[in-house]
Ligand binder design. Structure first.
Ligand code: DC
Length: 225
């Protein structure tokens, strides 16, 4: 099977829209690979932070993005996939809102995005790929046969992130979380390169008040009507 003929389902949307959970479930169900592109931007932000770089120094952060070694490793106990950044297990650090904000900042640098293109394309392998992100359907896999854009109200997205972070033992307040999410979304949506927006041919799914199983069923129906 040539790479171009490997089917791709893109799932784009803002943070807290349910992308991560839905993408994983759908990939498991289809037996397809999963690309968590947000983890790549988080990993670059993390590596840049570890190297003591100023995140607004585009040249230095770009060199970091070109050199960083990111590995996804299935957890031995069947739990969450571990993300190994330059040899260190950074899974827990990458989940924090600080890592999200750093990722969003470095993701607005065009040459950083460029540095991650080939890595993202390399995930396209048989029997298929579910690609989770902000620009999967618009920039990275514009030829994807299946495209979905998930949305949800900012209040609901903040609530979901709050619950997720609480379960992981991270201490945050709902109000500060909603403020951070709105700031991040507005930066992701207003940047010049690959802004957060639905592809013209994407199916829009509003997940506000909708259960995970129902959303998974809707997304699966796009691939297997
Ligand atoms: O999906 P996430 O919350 O892990 O993404 C973290 C940040 O990375 C997000 O705020 C913007 C950036 N990002 C991006 O610019 N393009 C992507 N395809 C995925 C994430």
């Amino acid at each position: 099977m040539s790479q171009a003929s490997v089917p791709v389902l893109t799932i784009d949307g803002p943070s807290g829209s349910g992308k991560g959970t839905i993408s994983r479930r759908v990939a498991d169900h289809l037996g397809w690979r999963l690309l968590d592109s947000g983890a790549l931007y988080r990993a670059v932000g993390y590596a840049a932070g570890m190297a003591g770089l100023d995140l607004s120094d585009a040249e230095a952060v770009t060199r970091c993005a070109q050199a960083v070694k990111i590995r996804f490793q299935p957890a031995a106990d069947g739990g969450d996939t571990r993300v190994i950044v330059n040899g260190l297990d950074a899974t827990d650090e990458l989940r924090t809102e600080t890592a999200g904000a750093a990722a969003s900042a470095i993701a607005s640098i065009p040459s950083v995005r460029q540095a991650l293109v080939d890595l993202q394309l390399s995930f396209r392998k048989a029997p298929g790929l579910v690609a989770d992100g902000r620009d999967m359907g618009t920039v990275i896999f514009p030829d994807a046969a299946f495209k979905v854009f998930l949305t949800a109200s900012a209040a609901e997205r903040a609530k979901r992130r709050y619950k997720q972070l609480k379960e992981k033992g991270v201490s945050v307040t709902l109000v500060s979380l909603q403020r951070e999410i709105e700031a991040r979304d507005s930066r992701d949506a207003s940047r010049a390169v690959a802004p957060l927006k639905p592809a013209e041919d994407a199916l829009l799914v509003d997940t506000t008040g909708v259960g995970i199983d129902e959303v998974v069923a809707k997304v699966l129906a796009v691939v297997r009507p």
